[in-house]
Ligand binder design. Sequence first.
Ligand code: SF4
Length: 59
Amino acid sequence: MITIDKNRCPQNHRCPSIKVCPVGAISQEGFGLPVVNQEICVECGKCIKFCPMRAIQKS
Ligand code: SF4
């Protein structure tokens, strides 16, 4: 399961990982904490590598 750590994500910008997700599983309201739709996510890990804050993790 892919999760986003609210303590690592500064929540002050558009999440750059949204555009690398091949299935569009990441959504974000404003600059809020992004949310991963677990029903769509294929756990490819692209967003994990792309996040500069290393806020996205696989558990
Ligand atoms: S692991 Fe892959 S499919 Fe899942 S949210 Fe990240 S980029 Fe999208």
